[in-house]
Design a protein around this ligand. Structure first.
Ligand SMILES: [Zn+2]
Length: 445
């Protein structure tokens, strides 16, 4: 746990003023105490971080501290395995008070699900003489970019929590770039935040092999959401609304769209989902170590047909269902070791071999969704080391997952297609109306 001690008069007050001014108001739960007695004037509405320019970096040694401060604050940052009660008591807060604050907080935020890096700002009254933290007053946190949660001590000594939704403005930003080395590199040069780049790569990963299909001179155009606070500062980059990747002169545009049944996906102009029915690579971060075709068998020593793909990966790496389907086989299967087969439709199934273990609850006849974890990489059966052996079967026969034309995912029809056409024309207009955003190009995030 990293502890930064900051002397501040503004943070807690800012949080309370914020409660009063935020248009959305507290989202459930008791409201924060009235802010009428607090300092007037324009304060930053938002997170303790947004209020940072108002704070004075205080001296670390208490004896150097001026004696007339109205409150002391400390920022606690969670490390791996930290508990909130441990962090609070570690900051000198008596255990019963820490537990009281946590109990109040738990109606708004699950204190058991703290992610490393989450910050908590705790506030104290000045102690005797005003030179050191005294009575614990409360804490604030921003669990995500939209919310500020405040826990305050009330007159009767109990704790109350409230959530305030920040008033943010959603705006669209446009950027483009030409590829010199890789899409990732071009996106970085164009100032795209990593989260947007990852989403862009995911959206195309069904169709584009990023190692083989991209050449210098290829380009991209993109429009994505950004959320601005009241000062106009970008506090969060949201989803991609439109992307077009031009590869070897062919432009592939994708539009983000939510269908009538509430499913959001990227679709091309014909209403075809970018998502395919089956994944070519049902594992993350693995290296293809053996392709489909004739090869010298590493264990048996003679040449034979290899009817799948091998992905080398550390033992325990999760393996995903390549598509939605029904589990047809789970268990030991000779040289395949621990083996799973999923039937996707009357034509296609996929098989996964040499697992270390199966996912909990996986059983014959169970339904699985695309991307659901079905097991973990191991070396069971006849295997030289931890890897996934993956097969796609068409009509019961193995085919090469790398070259097969993937069975297509959803295609919009009829009324759904009309809705999509309307949404697409709106997106095209928005894109045309936007100038390329220099703030994106400047890479201010
Ligand atoms: Zn294999």
């Amino acid at each position: 746990m990293r502890v930064t001690r900051i002397l501040a008069v503004a943070v807690l007050s800012a949080a309370l003023l914020f409660t009063r001014f935020a248009a959305d108001g507290p989202a459930g739960g008791p409201a924060a105490p009235p802010a009428s007695t607090l300092i007037p004037g324009s304060l930053s509405l938002g997170t303790p971080a947004a209020a940072a320019p108002l704070q004075t970096q205080g001296p670390r040694a208490p004896q150097d501290t001026p004696v007339n401060k109205t409150s002391f604050t400390q920022t606690l940052r969670a490390g791996p395995g930290d508990t909130l009660s441990g962090m609070l008591t570690g900051a000198g807060i008596p255990r019963t008070e820490a537990l009281g604050a946590i109990a109040a907080l738990s109606k708004h935020y699950d204190p058991h699900r703290i992610k490393p890096g989450q910050e908590f700002t705790v506030t104290f009254q000045p102690g005797p003489g005003g030179v050191a933290p005294g009575r614990f007053l409360g804490l604030t946190l921003t669990p995500d970019f939209k919310r500020l949660i405040t826990v305050t001590r009330t007159e009767d000594g109990r704790f109350r929590a409230s959530t305030v939704k920040k008033s943010l403005t959603r705006r669209l930003a446009r950027a483009s770039g030409t590829i010199k080395q890789s899409l990732f590199d071009a996106g970085t040069r164009a100032g795209l935040p990593v989260s947007v780049l990852i989403e862009m790569i995911r959206a195309y990963s069904w169709d584009v092999d990023f190692q083989r299909d991209i050449y210098p001179g290829d380009s991209f155009e993109i429009m994505f959401e950004r959320f601005h606070d009241e000062r106009g500062t970008v506090v969060h980059s949201g989803r991609i609304v439109f992307i077009a990747l031009t590869l070897s002169g062919t432009r592939r545009a994708l539009y983000r769209h939510t269908t009538g049944d509430g499913q959001t996906d990227y679709f091309d102009e014909k209403g075809q989902s970018a998502r395919k029915a089956l994944l070519r690579t049902p594992i993350d971060g693995a290296r293809l170590s053996s392709s489909f075709g004739r090869r010298r068998h590493p264990v048996l020593g003679y040449t034979r047909m290899h009817r799948g793909l091998d992905f080398r990966a550390p033992p325990g790496t999760p393996i995903y269902a390549a598509g939605k389907g029904i589990v047809e086989y789970v268990g030991r299967n000779g040289a395949f070791g621990r083996y799973v087969r999923i039937r996707h439709n009357s034509t296609y199934s996929t098989a996964y071999a040499h697992m270390r273990r199966f996912a909990k609850g996986l059983g014959k006849g169970k339904r699985v969704e695309q991307g659901q974890i079905i097991g973990y990489v191991g070396s069971s059966g006849r295997s030289t080391g931890p890897h996934l052996h993956y097969e796609i079967l068409r009509g019961g026969r193995q085919i090469n997952p790398l070259t097969v034309t993937m069975p297509a995912g959803r295609r919009l029809k009829g009324w759904e297609m009309s809705r999509f056409r309307y949404a697409m024309s709106k997106i095209k207009r928005q894109f045309a109306d936007l100038a390329i955003d220099l703030a994106v190009a400047g890479g201010s995030e």
